[in-house]
Ligand binder design. Structure first.
Ligand SMILES: [Zn+2]
Length: 245
């Protein structure tokens, strides 16, 4: 289930009371939490925002700002970890205004508070680390992969004469009949519930027209590169639809 910006604000409120108020008798002001990349660019400047989990700042009007990578909305633990990480920055900026600089924000004070938070919340939210803990990084990469690629579960795999494979999303009866009349080696349907790893996902499926062109004219380098990394064991991961005898 996807979390929302409302959940982010509730988490912010929770940590504001449970951590900053109860432990340090300090209350962070209201915060504008957002996930829009364009808005982040206008505030924080150009950067590769797909690689960043979160950024925070106090603007000239004293308003707290937290940008969160929208992929974090897929995972509550990750979201909690990052929101608290950014809130510790906001706290650090507020109580140490003389060292305020969001580009080098992980100083000794930030680290001390982050370690305190890690000890307090333990595995509920994971280690609050200087550059995001390894859990946070792995999860972000995972969601990035899920977001930018499509699964092969329930999709079709065409085994070409050259033994190269081409994935297609759907095949109708007429298309299957046509494929059987060509020189391909076989048609397979990928089982549901295969493991979702880099090698079982693709950037895009081949269209039927592309498949036709591959069969009739051979596979181009560009098409080959698109599907080169697929590594599916056809015997274990697929159901045979048709194999040339
Ligand atoms: Zn940070």
């Amino acid at each position: 289930m996807k979390l929302t910006l409302m959940d982010c604000h509730n988490l912010y409120k929770f940590f504001n009371k449970d951590f900053f108020k109860d432990e340090f008798d300090y209350s962070l002001g209201r915060c504008h939490i957002f996930t829009d990349r364009k808005e982040a660019e206008s505030i924080f400047g150009p950067d590769d925002y797909s690689k960043i989990s979160g950024i925070s700042w106090i603007n000239d009007n004293g308003r707290n700002l937290i940008w969160l990578n929208p992929l974090l909305l897929n995972n509550k633990k990750l979201l909690c970890n990052t929101i608290l990480h950014e809130m510790i920055h906001l706290y650090d900026y507020a109580v140490n205004p003389e060292i305020r600089n969001y580009r080098k924000g992980h100083g000794s004070y930030w680290t001390k508070i982050a370690n305190y938070a890690t000890a307090l919340y333990g595995d509920y939210i994971g280690k609050i680390d200087q550059f995001g803990d390894s859990y946070e990084k792995d999860r972000l990469d995972h969601y990035k992969l899920m977001d930018s690629t499509k699964t092969l579960s329930n999709r079709y795999i065409i085994l070409l004469r050259s033994r190269k494979i081409v994935p297609v999303k759907k095949l109708n009866k007429r298309q299957i009949a046509w494929l059987k009349s060509t020189n391909i080696r076989g048609i397979f349907k990928v089982k549901p519930n295969i493991e979702q790893t880099r090698s079982t996902r693709v950037k895009k499926y081949a269209t039927f027209d592309m498949l036709k062109s591959v069969i009739e004219n051979g596979i181009s380098e560009e098409q080959e590169n698109l599907y080169r990394d697929i590594s599916l064991n056809l015997v274990d991961s697929t159901e045979e639809i048709w194999v040339k005898s």
